[in-house]
Design a protein around this ligand. Structure first.
Ligand code: THU
Length: 155
């Protein structure tokens, strides 16, 4: 038998330790969360994408009475960014959530969103830095691939 360990090191930072453009990106994600359409879960998620051209694109979860027809904030943001600027890599993604009248602790993208983030990263061959915004801290993840080890690939 052989064993393989797949580790993930993430940094936990205060907002004061982040560059100004990343603090603004987190703020954009928070604002986007407040605009989410989440009448069924009451759980509002915001995502903000910083593109290599400096543009910020935001998205939020869009729910539907036929539940699976809704869409997560991260995918709304990344799909729209790629639709609007098909040749511009995503540099950074910030995610924030709001529930029961307050911003929540940090949340992490769901499995389907991780798969989409990985594709957005691989299509340009540039890492997407991911900022998971919590109440007082930010979890910093170096690239989308870190969130999806052993991802499906055609060989
Ligand atoms: N949601 C997101 O927007 N992003 C995630 O990564 C996980 C979950 C949304 C889907 C649904 O509208 C609500 O959060 C509650 O699950």
């Amino acid at each position: 038998m052989k064993e393989e360990e797949i580790g993930l090191k993430i940094r936990i930072m205060s907002e004061k330790e982040l560059p100004y453009d990343e603090v603004s990106l987190i703020e954009a994600a928070r604002e986007a969360a407040l605009r989410a359409y989440a009448p069924y879960s009451g759980y509002k998620v915001g995502a903000a994408v910083l593109l290599e051209n400096g543009e910020i694109i935001t998205g939020n979860n869009q729910e539907n009475v036929a539940y699976p027809s809704g869409m997560c904030a991260e995918r709304v943001a990344v799909f729209y960014a790629n639709a609007r600027y098909p040749f511009v890599p995503v540099r950074t993604l910030a995610i924030a959530a709001y529930s029961q009248n307050a911003f929540t602790g940090f949340i992490s993208p769901c499995g389907a969103c991780r798969q989409v983030l990985l594709e957005a990263e691989k299509r340009f061959g540039k890492p997407i830095r991911i900022l998971l915004s919590g109440r007082d801290e930010v979890r910093v993840i170096n690239c989308a691939g870190d969130l999806l080890p052993l991802a499906f690939e055609t060989l």
